[in-house]
Ligand binder design. Structure first.
Ligand SMILES: NC(=O)c1ccc[n+]([C@@H]2O[C@H](COP(=O)([O-])OP(=O)(O)OC[C@H]3O[C@@H](n4cnc5c(N)ncnc54)[C@H](O)[C@@H]3O)[C@@H](O)[C@H]2O)c1
Length: 418
């Protein structure tokens, strides 16, 4: 069987340095790797992973390999693979099928290559691997013991599968751990989305009208960081409580149809479809910049943008200029794919340390538990707590312990007003 497919194997030395740099900032995962190396909890298991192939993912893959697993890896987005990292993994003997700039056919070919290895545990980001396994590759389902899912959109898809009875094996929603979404989705996406926008455009954010579509975990982080750089942040939402929270955090909240007229920069992170579409693009100012940080490239209607435009040209990497029929120009970043991974390097290693510690510990949990049934599970509380404890320790942060008196007080009802 073909063992790897990457863009350029000669990039391996540079990729190795990137992985070393990420490892330095991922102390929790490295600690798990050391234990895995001794205990080999994944011995004899083949793992199929569909994840953004970044330097942090490489540290996860090395951790799983240290645990005794055989791994086949493909990218979870056509534009997010770091080719030097993929080359380094290939050189290490990991079965990696990923390169930046895949078309849809190549993207699914790589998923199928991973499935050819007959994985027993799947690690997915967005549920395309799981979707393929439950669709065209059903014959592989019999080998699978369980899986993990990294992101909100993937968990939403899996819950839909569970609801209609089509999910055939247990999957742990890593996204839903506190030590994942509170940090990865919020601070990770917050910082790296700004990073992607700046690398693609190099524009000043201070004083700009910066429209964030959504006020969930990712979009909260994006709004927070844009505000910190002096942008005037406007939020659009569909859920009243989230809109209220944005308003009370001092942000302007309005419908996208209104925001379209005043925004200088637009970022979607909703997990929803066609959030920015024709009628909004028609209202936008000349020079408006549009980006997406949600999982799939469906949040900005690319079909509408193409249909409204008479021409387009690439100004610089990840920055495309669309000229509309009235001469107005709109600028699309990273082809509408998640801008933080396509135009920058994704989340900083420090947050991926926690997300991927959850991934590694959940893979171990699945390996050790044979009683799980086909449904979507939360991350076991002790794993979540353990990741937080290890991270605090690595950061040199100490916290208090409840006294016996406090423990008793917090677990009884008798004592009230004194
Ligand atoms: N770029 C990354 O690296 C990265 C990281 C984590 C998650 N994600 C992805 O980002 C997306 C959002 O994830 P999240 O964890 O923030 O989800 P979330 O559920 O916390 O937030 C999404 C928010 O978008 C709002 N929304 C939905 N439709 C909307 C619309 N039409 N207009 C305005 N608001 C709308 C929802 O009400 C919700 O508040 C998902 O696709 C997720 O998979 C990306």
């Amino acid at each position: 069987m073909e063992q790897f497919q990457v863009k350029d194997k000669t990039l391996a030395a540079q990729g190795r340095l990137q992985i070393e740099w990420a490892s330095k900032h991922m102390p929790v995962l490295i600690q798990i790797k050391t234990r895995f190396n001794k205990e080999k909890p994944l011995k004899g298991l083949t793992l199929g992973a569909c994840l953004h192939v970044t330097k942090e993912t490489a540290v996860l893959v090395e951790t799983l390999a240290a645990g005794g697993a055989k791994i086949a890896l493909c990218g979870s987005n056509p534009l997010s693979t770091q080719d030097d990292v993929a080359a380094a993994l290939a050189e290490e003997g990991i079965n990696v099928f990923a390169w930046r700039g895949q078309n849809t056919e190549e993207y699914y070919q790589c998923i199928n290559k991973v499935l050819d290895f007959k994985p027993m545990i799947t690690l997915d980001d967005g549920a395309d691997l799981v979707g393929t396994l439950h669709g065209k590759r059903k014959e592989g389902l019999k080998n699978v013991k369980g899986g993990t899912e990294e992101t909100t959109t993937g968990v939403i898809r899996l819950r839909a599968m569970e609801r209609d009875g089509s999910l055939k094996y247990p999957i742990i929603a890593v996204n839903d751990a506190y030590t994942k979404y509170l940090f990865d989705n919020r601070y990770g996406t917050g910082q790296s989305t700004i990073d992607g926008i700046l690398r693609a455009t190099s524009v000043l954010l201070a004083g700009k009208n910066f429209v964030v579509c959504g006020y969930g975990w990712c979009s909260r982080g994006i709004a927070m960081r844009a505000q910190g750089l002096g942008a005037k942040v406007i939020v659009t939402e569909v859920i009243p409580t989230k809109a209220l929270e944005a308003a009370m955090n001092g942000l302007r909240v309005m419908p996208i149809a209104e925001a379209a007229e005043i925004g200088d920069i637009f970022v979607t992170a909703t997990g929803d479809i066609n959030v920015i579409r024709k009628e909004h693009m028609q209202k936008m100012k000349d020079g408006a910049i549009i980006a997406n940080s949600g999982h799939f490239n469906v949040e900005i209607s690319l079909k509408d943008l193409e249909a409204l435009s008479t021409s387009k040209r690439t100004i610089r990497p990840n920055l495309e200029e669309f000229t509309l029929k009235d001469g107005k120009k709109l600028y699309l970043l990273a082809e509408g794919r998640l801008v933080n991974l396509a135009a920058a390097e994704g989340h900083p290693s420090e947050v991926m340390d926690m997300s991927f510690a959850n991934q590694a510990l959940c893979a171990e949990y699945i390996a050790k538990n044979s009683r799980m049934t086909p449904k979507v599970y939360g991350v076991p509380c002790d794993i979540d707590e353990n990741v937080a404890e290890l991270k605090l320790k690595a950061m040199g942060v100490q916290i208090d312990k409840l006294t016996p008196e406090q423990q008793k007080y917090l677990s009884t009802w008798e004592m009230g007003t004194t």
